[in-house]
Design a protein around this ligand. Structure first.
Ligand SMILES: [Zn+2]
Length: 299
């Protein structure tokens, strides 16, 4: 019950009835430097703050747009969807979570697997979508990434995996943990066949994803200041009973300690990947790409 009750209606300010002329979402504040940024400028800058280079989180689709030539690609295994094998329910049924995530993102799981061209080089790219249940890796995400590796092997095209994930998907229990081994086995076959694999780690890459494929690249490249780790800092502090150093589990710290090969600004990621792939022996594809509407086709 309220302590005070207003007997009269509050005075209305003169401008109150005019609708705001600034539509919502037109401006966004940088969480790092507090600069107010025009959304369209930010988008053009690949969602990197022009003032302080803070990297905003972007969707898997935007990742593919930023990396692949003419923003064109062919999607693979888009129809795979979780069967909810454990009939899992916590505060909400897993089935409902899946449905909500599907509605919010338009995807059936937390990974998009695409083939396309990166500066003229044929590549297989798997991009993780954080908006889909925290980018968590369940059976479907694991299967799609495994198939991406197998496709790369079959076509002898380099594989790029862009991780953005909270780790294994708890709602699928041990089945989600098995994906780590499955993907690693597929990557080992790729390695034996000398097909390049580059891992791109973005904010955040944690849990079972870090503990498996994200750290297995021929090159492990991270975006600046990305959170990369296995267990969360609080859990580690409680376990080892020590204060963790400044910047622990951020890209820069991991680079200093030999866990990463490179930290690359998102605006230079495409050029860097192309340079690395060319160095590893990838050659531009001879014929121009076919003129099909690419993004929605499923193979
Ligand atoms: Zn900023």
């Amino acid at each position: 019950m309220a302590w005070f009750k207003k007997a009269r209606k509050p005075m209305r300010s003169p401008g109150a009835e005019k609708p705001s002329r600034v539509p919502e979402g037109l401006w966004v504040k940088c969480p790092d430097c507090a600069q107010i940024l025009y959304n369209k400028d930010l988008e053009k800058n690949l969602s990197v703050c022009p003032k302080c280079a803070y990297h905003f989180r972007i969707s898997a689709t935007d990742r593919l747009r930023a990396l692949l030539d003419e923003e064109r690609w062919t999607e693979h295994d888009a129809h795979l969807t979780s069967t909810d094998p454990l009939r899992f329910t916590d505060t909400k049924a897993y089935r409902d979570r899946l449905r909500a995530a599907e509605e919010a993102t338009g995807l059936k799981d937390a990974v998009i697997v695409a083939t396309g061209r990166l500066e003229g080089l044929d590549v297989v790219v798997a991009a993780m979508e954080y908006a889909f249940i925290g980018g968590s890796m369940g059976v479907v995400a694991g299967e799609k990434i495994t198939r991406a590796a197998e496709l790369a092997l079959e076509r002898r095209q380099p594989l790029v995996i862009i991780s953005c994930s909270g780790g294994a998907r708890m709602m699928e229990g041990a089945l989600s943990l098995m994906q780590m081994a499955k993907i690693c086995a597929a990557l080992a076959r790729l390695d034996r066949a000398a097909v390049p694999f580059i891992s791109v780690l973005t904010d955040p890459t944690t849990g079972g994803v870090t503990a498996s494929f994200a750290m297995l690249g021929d090159l492990n490249i991270a975006e600046p200041k990305a959170l990369i780790g296995f267990a969360g800092p609080r859990v580690i502090e409680q376990t080892i009973r020590q204060k963790l150093p400044e910047g622990f589990q951020r890209s820069e710290f991991l680079l200093d300690h030999g866990m990463l090969d490179l930290i690359v600004d998102r605006r230079e990621m495409k050029a860097t990947l192309a340079r690395a792939l060319r160095f590893m022996g990838a050659a531009p594809a001879p014929a121009p790409p076919p003129l099909a509407v690419a993004s929605a086709t499923d193979q």
